[in-house]
Design a protein around this ligand. Structure first.
Ligand SMILES: O=C(CO)COP(=O)(O)O
Length: 139
């Protein structure tokens, strides 16, 4: 499974703690992140993470492009609902694409807990079936 980890600045510490707590689950998967989030999580946990641009510089859009190609299976996005973001349109677009492509999305730690437990249990193996059926047709 390919999993995207994203956090706005005031939520980064929460996502670092979350990633530390669930390191053993996360390390079995292919991890992606926006620039600063990925750097901080990998420094704190040692997890291997493919880093895109920072969110305001296009990172959310890069993750959105993976979703549009059916190359992302889960998004854990710890959003800050109390701070205006200069790239709010990118944030909305990413969330919209998760809905378009039926990608499981958590926008806060409460839902992320549920998704990660589901991941441990194998609840998302239907994603792998979809990927296998597509047989790499998306390149
Ligand atoms: O802004 C973000 C998501 O919208 C996150 O970007 P960074 O991980 O680069 O801080």
């Amino acid at each position: 499974m390919r999993i995207a980890l994203i956090a706005h600045d005031k939520k980064k510490q929460d996502l670092i703690q979350f990633s530390t707590a669930y390191k053993e689950v996360l390390e079995k998967h292919e991890l992606f992140a926006t620039g600063t989030t990925g750097l901080k999580i990998s420094e704190a946990t040692g997890l291997q993470i493919h880093r895109f641009q920072s969110g305001p510089l296009g990172g959310d859009q890069e993750i959105g492009a993976m979703i549009a190609k059916d190359k992302m299976d889960m998004v854990l996005f710890f959003r800050d609902p109390l701070t205006a973001q200069p790239h709010e349109p990118d944030v909305s677009a990413l969330i919209r694409l998760c809905d378009v492509y039926l990608v499981p999305l958590a926008t806060n730690m409460g839902t992320a807990e549920i998704l990660i437990h589901g991941l441990e249990r194998g609840d998302f193996s239907w994603r792998e079936i979809i990927q296998a059926r597509k047989g790499g047709q998306n390149g």
